[in-house]
Design a binder for this molecule. Structure first.
Ligand code: AMP
Length: 434
């Protein structure tokens, strides 16, 4: 199968071959004809599947079939984070290299004036985060009455981040007659109800089960005490000579602290999260891509949609609170047919989170204990009864050397506060700046 056999124009096919794409990915094979047909589409797709080209290519083709008459935009793509918005726009720009299409991206956290100027010039495609788009609308910098195609990208994440009200306001500003495309990694009841109100008899597109990414990625668990995680990470980076590793922490605070500790250990590192300015995030990402820094420490939201090619190594410094986020995280490695390795440093107090993840991915992850980093709490693979709290608090080094797992409730241990402040990081503060 080729891109041209899907009905894409010569200009778009040329742009894809310049990107080095040889054949359409499964989601593209299904989504492209559906979008070209003008129908509404509801697609279940995660980052890494090629979903962006799946909606961008046919959307550009539809727009190119007739010229713009007003100032536009004629296509509106909403994305949850600035990184994702920037990356989607980057795709739009690349794929429209041989088309007269004009596009722009707007997101929060940067000055609004230059964005107003861009919009004034007129454009076909606008990529936006919902909050900034509403700000621009309220300041009369953009009108939405010419929108022919609406795309909600990573709709689940937009809802998680509290954007539903902005989205509903935006929907009310759009012409009734338009094409709607909804992309989401997961389909909760909330997404379904949004879809129901939004989509008219949609073509449903789904690619292989959500765990296919996980199949390509070698995954392992390193049981270790929370207090030893930084030291173990430093050792692993050195021993394996990892030159490019993406490390996930649960909190922004944890990301900063880990970055500082690694730097003190002589390992170049940078943090990327919602409290960082856009400039700082872009700089960190570029330095990482260029190989100037070895470790990029990120929170889940900041890492969403990061387009880093062929990342060989992902480390979960802490497990995510939501098992689905684990699948998203490890999807950062092993992309486009490459194999990757996702390694999780798991302390005993994360036993429950690990159990939730293993249930979701339907497999037990192999455990590796590193000499000198044996965890204090050495719990059995399948908890027999309750772990005995007195035994569970043995001193380090007192274990039997090779614990197989630790799914049981830890004996009252709750970590040492190492960036382990629990949930509450999903969206709120990010939303304000996105
Ligand atoms: P996405 O899921 O949209 O974030 O895309 C993931 C990565 O796959 C991006 O780096 C794209 O440039 C790349 N990609 C998209 N479509 C193809 C294709 N047909 N062949 C090879 N790579 C692709």
């Amino acid at each position: 199968m080729s891109f041209s056999s899907l009905g894409l124009s010569e200009q778009l096919v040329r742009a894809t071959s310049e990107q080095g794409y040889e054949t359409p990915s499964p989601i593209q094979a299904k989504a492209i004809p559906a979008v070209l047909s003008g129908k509404d589409v509801m697609a279940a797709a995660q980052t890494g599947t090629g979903k962006t080209a799946g909606f961008t290519l046919p959307l550009l083709q539809r727009l190119s079939e007739k010229p713009r008459t007003g100032k536009g935009p004629r296509a509106l793509i909403l994305a949850p984070t600035r990184e994702l918005a920037a990356q989607v726009h980057d795709n739009v720009a690349r794929y429209s290299a041989y088309l007269p299409t004009r596009s722009a991206v707007v997101f929060g956290g940067v000055k609004i004036n230059p964005q107003m100027m861009k919009l004034r010039k007129g454009l076909d495609v606008l990529v936006a985060t919902p909050g900034r788009l509403m700000d621009l609308y309220q300041q009369n910098a953009v009108r939405l009455n010419e929108v022919e195609v609406l795309v909600l990208d990573e709709a689940d994440r937009m809802l998680d981040m509290g954007f539903i009200r902005d989205i509903r306001k935006i929907l009310a500003l759009l012409p009734e007659k338009r094409q709607n495309l909804l992309f989401s990694a997961t389909f909760s009841n909330e997404i379904r109800s949004l879809a129901q109100g939004l989509l008219d008899n949609p073509v449903q597109v789904e690619v292989a089960a959500r765990n296919t990414t996980a199949e390509r990625v070698k995954q392992s668990v390193y049981p270790v005490d929370q207090s030893q995680k930084t030291a173990l990470l430093s050792k692993l980076v050195r021993d394996h000579s990892w030159e490019q590793v993406l490390v996930f922490t649960r909190t922004k605070h944890g990301a900063n602290r880990l970055t500082q500790k690694l730097e003190r250990d002589g390992i170049t590192a940078a943090a990327i999260h919602g409290n960082k300015s856009q400039g700082a995030r872009t700089r960190a990402l570029n330095e990482f891509k260029q190989g100037d820094i070895r470790v990029l420490v990120a929170t889940d939201i900041a890492a969403r949609g990061l387009d880093i090619k062929q990342l060989p190594q992902v480390v979960n410094f802490e497990l995510p609170n939501v098992p689905e986020d684990y699948v998203h995280r490890i999807g950062r490695t092993g992309r486009a047919g490459e194999s990757g390795h996702a390694l999780s440093l798991v302390s005993a107090d994360e036993g429950k989170l690990l159990a939730g993840i293993e249930k979701l991915i339907k497999k037990q992850l192999p455990r590796t204990v590193v000499d000198g980093f044996e965890p204090t709490n050495n719990l059995p693979l399948k908890p027999k009864a309750k772990a005995d709290p007195s035994k569970a608090r043995k001193r380090p080094g007192g274990g039997n050397g090779k614990p197989r797992s630790f799914g049981a409730k830890p004996g009252g241990r709750s970590g040492n506060g190492n960036g382990n402040g629990g949930g509450g990081q999903r969206g709120r503060s990010q939303r304000a700046s996105a």
